[in-house]
Design a protein around this ligand. Sequence first.
Ligand code: UD1
Length: 361
Amino acid sequence: MKIHLIVGARPNFMKAMPVYNELKSNCNDWDIKLVHTGQHYDYEMSKVFFEVLSLPEPDIFLDVRSGTHGEQTGKLIERIEKVLMEHKPEIVMVFGDVNSTLAGSIAAAKLGIKIAHIEAGLRSFDRTMPEEINRVVTDVLSDYLFVTEKSGIENLKREGIDERKIFFVGNTMIDTLYKILPKCSEEDLKKFNLKKNDYILVTLHRPSNVDDRDRLEEIMRILEEIGSKKPVIFPVHPRTKKMLKNFNIKTENILLINPLNYKDFLTLERYAFCVITDSGGIQEETTCLNVPCITLRPNTERPITEEIGTNIVLRDRPISDIIKMMDNIYEGRWKKGRIPDLWDGNAAKRIVEILKESFKF
Ligand code: UD1
């Protein structure tokens, strides 16, 4: 059995690692190849994750890099198709909702190769998000839809996907979290000059927040205000860095740092007083860590993190409402979270069992 795992952007690496390891240790006679598209290429956005997660060098590297969505996705499809035509895997595995996910599934589907989608079924119902388009198209083309939360099952059924293709397995990103968490100690906060429960961690990179000058200026103004009470630490994504520079936005009370490796970032998340983010995965990680999370987005494709977790989505409220929301945390009135079903560190095991069973001769 030949399987290709296609990864390309930062959040893919954490989702792929446990599946890759599980395949390697349990499917000895399978030919397993890791294909890195190069959608993310900076050391801090890519290689450092391979190092911290002990992932091997990719077997195939496609060096696609950035561009408009059409340019990037087009290049991705072209290069992935060549690899698939040469190696002829029986199954291609794609992760999450980035452009590499979409391109991997289109290239595989056109060649009649079976597709396994890890993190299928999530929906924000907001087609202005590039990721939503990637999710919908990937799911419609997939043969194995591995779902992280129950909303995913409902969404896929509603879209008419055959139930026999849908598998509720849990969350491979949370497998990785449990694996790395024991290595994250309070001691490590010293290098950031921070104290447990005494700082706010911020991440922002969505085009809807950072590509618009007025919106980004307003967010940074509110963060400045928050930073006058407790330290605010903000590892800055390359897109955000570029926009802060273009808009000439300066900060005083916010500690802007380069993107962090997974272990350091998880350490900051674990001990944060609260997290303010527009990421997808961070809503899930904070729920697992029982850390309050405020999500600067109009919606979430991960509703379980609001239903039973520690996440609250700002939705269409003004950005200044973050300050009111934070008062609730200061006054100890934030909700307590629970860990969603099957987020137990064993999602990759379930996925590999299902694939093995399905490809048994
Ligand atoms: C991508 C994903 C997004 C995910 C995010 C995590 C898509 C559509 N979006 O967004 O879902 O949450 O990754 O980080 O796939 N850049 C660099 N160095 C890099 C990578 C990017 O400088 O290593 C810069 C480039 O200027 C590029 C911009 O960041 O134009 C955006 O990169 P891109 O991969 O297009 O999307 P992200 O915003 O990173």
